[in-house]
Structures are given as C-alpha cells and as structure tokens.
Ligand binder design. Structure first.
Ligand code: GGG
Length: 357
C-alpha cells in the first residue's frame, strides 16, 4: 500500500476553490485503487491568517510541513495587502526553505483549446520551462537607505550561485534527454546587459552542455525569447531561465496555449531531502474569487505532476489523460476557455474521466 501524507495549503483568492478540485481527483484515484491512499494535513495560511496575526504563516510553520511527502498549494495574493508581503511571507520562503530549486512549467496546446496565436493546432506548442526557483532576481538581498529623502538609495541584488545555476541547467538537459522530442535546450539570458550574473549563467550553460553532445543548444536574449514565444512558439522544446525571466516567459507560454488556467507547476527539491510543492502558475485571481468559476485544470495537472514525482506514473498518466479528454470533449469548460461551467463541474468531469482513460 502506497500511503502519502500531503500538506494542503489552499491560500488566497481562488486557491481554495481549485485545490478542492485537486483533492477530489486524488480521492477518486484512491477510491479506485486499494493500494493507494492519501492523508491530508491542511494549513490555513495566507492573507486571512495575516489579517489575524500579522504573519502569512506561523514562524515555525514550515517545520510541520517538512514531515509531509509533498505539498499541494493554491495561490497567494490579496487586493488589500501589498504583493511583496503576501509573496515574501509564504510562497518564496517555502521554495527556499525546502530548497525547491528546480521549477518545471510545461506549456502544451491541448485539443479543444484555441490559442490566441493564429494557425496553431493542438500539440503545435509543446515546451517545458525550467525555472531557477530559489535565488537569482528573487533573492531577498538588498536594502533601502534614507527612505523618502532626495538622497534615498535602494539596492536589489541578484544572486547566482554555481550550485543553483548548474543544478537548474543540468535538470533541463536531463529532462530534454528523457523527453526525447526536439532535443533542444534554449538558455534564456541577458548577458549583453547583465555582465556579471548573466555572463556567469552563460558560462555554466556552456560547461553543462558539453556533457550532453546529443542535445542541440541555443542561448537567446530574454527579449528575443518573448518575441519568439509569440511568433513561433513551436520552435521551442526545453527552456531554462533564471527566476524572474522564467516567471515572465512562463506567463507568455501559458496564454499562448490558451489560458493561465491550464498552466501547472512543480517546485522540486531534487535531492528529496524536503517535500516538493505543486501548484498552478496562476495566482489568487481575486477578481473572480468566491464565484466558483475559476478553472481548476492547472491545479489538477499539478496534481498529476505530484503523482509522477511521488512514484505513481500510472495515476499521473490518468490525470493528464483525463485533463486532455475533458478539454477535447468540452462538455464542461470554464469561462476562460469560452465555456460556462463551474469549477466544481470541471473537477467532477475530470473525476469521471479518470475512471475511463
Ligand atoms: N499559484 C501560484 C501563485 O500563487 N503565484 C503568485 C505569485 O505572484 N507568484 C509569483 C512567482 O511565482 O514568482
């Protein structure tokens, strides 16, 4: 019997609504397989907790989560609390504390989904972004002197370590070999302007690429990547980028494949010392929160990635196949994809299909 203890952190906005559907799918899988069981420990952290306590999570909160096998996360963000407080108070400390340096963000144009880009058919866009997830431009290193005065000084420092940079680039190459599609890794850089961090990034990319002679490589400036993701996204296979660059290009890739509501994300601790975390790429979407109309498929796909990570590839395959079938058949799709289904109807549909695929 495979028995998993999962931490559930629904968070803010639409987070609790989409996470509930992810749990529904996990429960359905367990109900169909006597050898599979999930136990959940839910943590009510986020902006409501902040309003009560002045913190997004308890000071020692992550110690409790660290005993879990994996984390299913919803979203952070609140219209009344500055974004740097919500993000720096929960999501980013968790990625760092659990050394989740490898973030994997697939972007696939599913059948039944219309890309905003002309002439793209199902499967034309099929790429995976590897995001460095614990350092780079997101490092909490900097300071502010003489605030509010004419001689105010603000410094925000990018941090690139050899360990972190090599780890994400190697993970991208390893995935490219395993995936065996176009055998191309694209490094996203800005070394023409950032002569320290990004020149170092380029050097590490070149050094790691020497270990993978069977993989083609290219190194493109981030502005060129933004352009190419719109004009020929089908050219990409595996991409590797720093924390901030990958955050931005994964939103472009997500909308190119039809909706932010479909983009899933895995935050992996490659050494397996700490739990890895699985979430949608989208945030709290508070403009639609509480209405039961958010698309849960990003979170459900993230559940599929979690199952794969936990060593349940057949369950992972069924979740992904059910997501694909639900989009292809379009019996229940949410407003972002031109439908009118509720979040719960989409979750129920995936549960039904998980029993068939
Ligand atoms: N489920 C993802 C989420 O809540 N994202 C909020 C956000 O602002 N994330 C920024 C980031 O991941 O860099």
């Amino acid at each position: 019997m495979a028995d998993y203890n999962l931490a559930i952190i629904p968070g803010d906005g639409v987070g609790p609504e989409v996470v509930a559907e992810g749990r529904k799918v996990l429960d359905a899988l367990a109900a169909q397989d006597a050898e599979l069981n999930f136990r959940y420990t839910e943590f009510s952290w986020g902006s409501a907790y902040y309003r009560e306590t002045g913190r997004m999570m308890p000071e020692d909160g992550l110690a409790e989560v660290s005993a879990c096998d994996a984390i299913l996360f919803g979203a952070v963000g609140d219209p009344e609390i500055p974004d740097h407080i919500t993000l720096q108070g929960l999501l980013l400390p968790m990625r760092r504390a659990f050394d989740q340096g490898v973030c994997i963000r697939p972007a696939y144009l599913y059948p039944g989904v219309t890309s905003p880009l002309a002439g793209k058919e199902a499967g034309d866009i099929d790429l995976v972004i590897f995001r460095e997830n614990t350092e780079g431009e997101y490092a909490p290193v900097g300071g502010r002197l003489y605030p509010g005065t004419p001689h105010e000084i603000v410094m925000q420092t990018n941090v690139f370590t050899r360990r972190g940079t090599e780890r994400i680039i190697r993970a991208a190459f390893e995935h490219c070999v395993k995936r065996n599609k176009k055998n191309l890794v694209t490094s996203v850089t800005k070394s023409n302007a950032q002569a320290f961090g990004m020149v170092f990034w380029d050097e590490v990319f070149e050094a790691v690429s020497a270990d993978y002679p069977q993989i083609r490589t290219e190194s493109l400036l981030v502005d060129r990547v933004a352009m190419d993701l719109v004009r020929w996204p089908e050219a990409f296979d595996v991409m590797v980028a720093s924390n901030l660059f990958a955050d931005i290009i994964s939103d472009i890739a997500a909308v190119a494949t039809g909706s932010m509501g479909l983009a899933a994300s895995a935050n992996i601790n490659p050494e397996g010392i700490f739990p890895s975390m699985f979430e949608s790429v989208h945030g709290a979407a508070f403009d639609i929160a509480g209405q039961g109309i958010a698309n849960p498929l990003a979170t459900i796909s993230a559940v599929g990635m979690m199952l794969d990570h936990l060593g349940q590839p057949e369950s992972a395959r069924r979740v992904e196949a059910a997501v694909m079938r639900s989009l292809e058949e379009r019996r229940f799709v949410t407003g972002d994809l031109g439908g009118s289904a509720t979040t719960a109807q989409v979750g129920d549909e995936v549960v039904r299909l998980v029993g068939e695929v």
